[in-house]
Design a protein around this ligand. Structure first.
Ligand code: ADP
Ligand code: MG
Length: 390
């Protein structure tokens, strides 16, 4: 049986790094260089556990840097002035890779009027100038919870766009699996970069992946990630307290009850429920998906909104997409033949569009079924009541 020793290797690496820094502080260059070499070797070992080729490469490159650092210390060029910040800078590129462009406007989100207002109030409180002598705690953390496909990502993107902020799009589960033992440093680097590029929105999707230490967390990596994140959410970094360095964290989850109580408490009153769309919201989403995308329909959006009870925004989008595809196939019977003629023929061919019919929507509704059950909804409602009294 192959045993995963990556946690141990990582722990050894961290110990070597601590020793290296200590030697360096005390002016023992020879010993420091030796420990940095050890760091390099351990990182090379550690890189073999990476599943992702790009992560492996990143670790190998970092190992290389430790070797260079060791060489420089030995040659006495840097003397006491050597800092480790170059090693932390390695994360900077990774963190910058999380920056995503968003141009989602509030008007592209159907319904959720109250939710939008709550988010807007949060950042307005934080960003508006306070009268002389008045101090207020302004909200910096928001948790959006609710069934999948209800617009949580959209809301975060629209907030960022509205604030003209740098949008850091982080899927917590990916981060934990890709960077494992390094996740905690990555979070520090993330918030450092967000502060530097402020105003920023840090979007932590699938936030529930960050639960307290699970079994098998021998290296303590997950616990470390959690405590790093908690201190970032507490905003202990003084620089970020003023408006010039505004960093808004928006976390999102479909399973809020799996999140640690200690973590939930960091969000104070900013726990915002993003429910399945009600009839008015479904109608608003349908208008966005049908009318604003230039389609004509023989079924009114009002009738469709009534028929699609229990569907999430994403599912409504899929229903319309399915109906549009049926219509396109019907109105362009020669499309496949055109496709066989190659790209040039296709570029010269203009699609014919027709009216979306009752049959188009009926088959779409048969193909796409809502996945969130009334029981699921009840669970969200219950959790909501629970946190309100706790
Ligand atoms: N309220 C909404 N208004 C318009 N479109 C929506 C809405 N909710 C969901 N959608 C559609 O579903 C897709 C997925 O939504 P998303 O924000 O990623 O859901 P979540 O993050 O809650 O799982 C969006 O890209 C959008 O096309
Ligand atoms: Mg999402």
């Amino acid at each position: 049986m192959k045993v995963d020793l990556s946690g141990q290797v990582w722990a050894q690496f961290e110990q070597a790094q601590t020793r290296a820094k200590h030697h360096l502080d005390e002016g023992r260059s020879e010993e420091a260089a030796a420990e940095y070499r050890r760091c390099a070797n351990l990182l090379r070992q550690y890189s073999q556990y990476a599943i992702d080729a790009s992560v492996r490469k990143q670790r190998l490159e970092r190992a290389e840097k430790f070797d260079q650092l060791a060489a420089r210390i030995q040659s006495g060029l840097m003397g006491q002035a050597v800092s480790e910040s170059s090693a932390l800078d390695d994360y900077r590129e990774t963190v910058r890779g999380l920056v995503t462009k968003t141009d989602v406007g509030w008007d592209e989100i159907g319904g959720l009027e109250e939710t939008k207002r709550e988010i807007q109030t949060a950042y307005a409180l934080a960003l508006a100038r306070k009268p002389e002598g008045v101090r207020m705690r302004s909200p910096r953390n928001i948790l959006l919870y609710g069934p999948p496909g209800t617009g949580k990502t959209l809301l975060a993107a629209a907030t960022s766009h509205e604030l003209d902020a740098t949008f850091f799009n982080v899927r917590v589960s990916d981060m934990l699996s890709k960077y494992f033992g390094e996740s905690s440093k990555l979070i520090s680097a993330l918030y450092r970069e967000a502060g530097a590029q402020a105003p920023s929105v840090v979007f932590l999707d699938e936030f529930d992946a960050l639960t307290a230490a699970r079994e098998g967390d021998e290296s303590g990596a997950e616990r470390r990630v959690l405590s790093t994140l908690l201190s970032e959410l507490d905003g202990l970094d003084n620089k970020r307290k003023d408006e010039k360095h505004y960093v808004l964290t928006i976390a999102a989850t479909n399973i809020p009850w799996q999140i640690d109580k200690a973590v939930i408490s960091r969000f104070g009153a900013r726990l915002i429920y993003v429910p399945l769309p009600d009839e008015a919201a479904r109608r608003a989403i349908l208008e966005i998906e049908i009318e604003r995308k230039g389609h004509a329909s023989e079924v009114s959006v009002a009738a469709l909104a009534r028929a699609l009870g229990g569907y999430s925004g994403r599912e409504i989008e899929a229903v319309v997409g399915h109906a549009v595809a049926s219509m396109v196939r019907r109105t362009n019977p020669d499309l496949l033949q055109q496709a066989s003629l190659g790209r040039e023929a296709l570029a010269a061919y203009t699609l014919k569009v027709g009216v979306l019919t009752v049959a188009d929507f009926e088959s779409a509704q048969m193909a796409i079924r809502p996945t969130t059950t009334p029981k699921d909804v009840a669970r969200f409602e219950l959790w909501r009541q629970q946190i309100e009294v706790e």
